[in-house]
Every structure is written in structure tokens, then in C-alpha cells.
Design a protein around this ligand. Structure first.
Ligand code: AMP
Length: 217
């Protein structure tokens, strides 16, 4: 199955994408994770995208489309894929459709994760990530046992620079202005399904699996 996860930053789509990709045995492709890795390694691409990411702005469409064309052409995408954080603009959605047409594929379903702005601010403002193993914590909902230390591997926890309050507000604005129109794009194609992103991840996974089952019937 070829899936797209849509939703504002902090809607929990990344967490769900990890669970679902393991369940369906298809790759979880997060453009945010890919770009963060490039920025960390200070590659040519990483240096180009870092300033946009730090401000919570979108990286230009032509860069993202090039990255995704290469990624979707890889052999692990043959039996399906789960896109998380892409597409994020109408030109990206059009570019994706063209890419997939060339590969004689198409998007099967788009899941939109719905959450209130309050919930987003709490989730992202409190988010802490392990610098070594990547485990996720939250100051409000899932605090680590020791201050700023990972419960899993004992390494230092950090806050993503783009989880600072003013950057979160900008990311939400960018989402409303540039990404929301994609919902209508996929709705018109009959591919959009809505998911309550405020539930716990186990319940969301069950709901998502129901949606996928009913699509297959
Ligand atoms: P995320 O982890 O998905 O919230 O992405 C983090 C940042 O990476 C975003 O704020 C953007 O700067 C950049 N980014 C990720 N995916 C895209 C995309 N599809 N288009 C443009 N910029 C992106």
C-alpha cells in the first residue's frame, strides 16, 4: 500500500508512521528525518536546507522533489511505502503524482491526523529526544525518570531547535497556509480519511488498521 500521512507538526503522525510501517512491513519515509540527518552530517544538501529548518520554513519544492524522486525509486519501495511529512505543498503533491505515474504507481490512501492547537503546543513544547537512541519523551505526558537523561540508554536528551515556542507557531502557520490545501486535493480524489490524533497511539493504530481494512474490502 502507498500511504501519505498528513497533519500539523505534533499531530503524532511520526509516531504512528513508525508503528504502522513495522506492522505492514513497508518503509517509513520521513522527509524531516532525512533532512535532519543530512544537516547533522553537514552534507551539501544538509547545509542548503538547515537555515529553512531552523526557522520552521519549508525547504524549496525543487529540492524536496529531487530528494524524493531518488528515494521512491529505491527497491524497498516496491511493495509499498508510508510518506510522513511529504507532500507539504500543492506543487509537491502534483510532483509526487507525476513521479508515481512514471513508476506506474499511485497513492492509495491519505490519512489526516486531527489535533487541536493546544495539544500541538503541549506535545512539541514538551518534546525531548535522546541524542543517541532517538527515544521520545515529553515533559508533560511522558517525563524521563532523571532530568534530561534517556530512560532507555542513559544518554543526554535534547529539544529539537525547531520545537522552540516561536518556531512552533511559525510551523503551524506554514502548515495552515501551505499544507492545508493538499487536503482538498486528495479529498477530491476520494483518498482522504480523517483520524483522531489526540488518542493514545495504540488506539490510533487500531483505528488506522480498520480504515486500511475497509479500503481493501
Ligand atoms: P518535520 O520533521 O516533518 O516537521 O520537518 C522538519 C522540517 O524539515 C520542516 O519544518 C521543513 O523545514 C523541512 N521539511 C520536511 N519535509 C518537508 C517538505 N515536504 N517540504 C518542505 N520542507 C520540508
Amino acid at each position: 500500500m502507498n500511504l501519505v500521512f498528513l497533519g500539523p507538526p505534533g499531530s503524532g503522525k511520526g509516531t504512528l508512521a513508525k508503528l504502522l510501517s513495522a506492522e505492514l512491513n513497508i518503509p517509513h519515509i520521513s522527509t524531516g528525518d532525512m533532512l535532519r540527518e543530512e544537516a547533522k552530517l553537514a552534507t551539501f544538501l544538509g547545509m542548503k536546507v538547515k537555515p529553512f529548518m531552523e526557522k520552521g520554513e519549508l525547504v524549496p519544492d525543487n529540492i524536496i522533489l529531487e530528494v524524493m524522486k531518488e528515494r521512491l525509486g529505491k527497491s524497498d519501495c516496491q511493495k509499498g511505502f508510508l510518506l510522513d511529512g511529504f507532500p507539504r505543498t500543492i506543487p509537491q503533491a502534483l510532483g509526487l503524482d507525476n513521479m508515481l505515474k512514471e513508476l506506474t504507481k499511485s497513492i492509495d490512501l491519505v490519512l489526516k491526523f486531527e489535533v487541536s492547537e493546544d495539544c500541538v503546543l503541549k506535545r512539541l513544547g514538551g518534546r525531548l529526544i535522546c541524542s543517541k537512541c532517538g527515544a521520545d519523551f515529553n515533559l508533560y505526558t511522558k517525563p524521563p525518570q532523571k532530568d534530561l537523561i534517556c530512560d532507555v540508554c542513559g544518554s543526554q536528551l535534547y529539544q529539537r531547535p525547531d520545537d522552540a515556542q516561536e518556531v512552533i507557531l511559525n510551523r503551524l502557520k506554514v502548515y495552515k497556509d501551505q499544507t492545508l490545501p493538499i487536503e482538498e486535493y486528495y479529498n477530491k480524489q476520494g483518498k482522504l480519511r480523517k483520524v483522531n490524533g489526540e488518542l493514545d497511539s495504540g488506539s490510533i493504530l487500531i483505528n488506522v488498521l480498520h480504515i486500511l481494512q475497509s479500503k481493501n474490502q
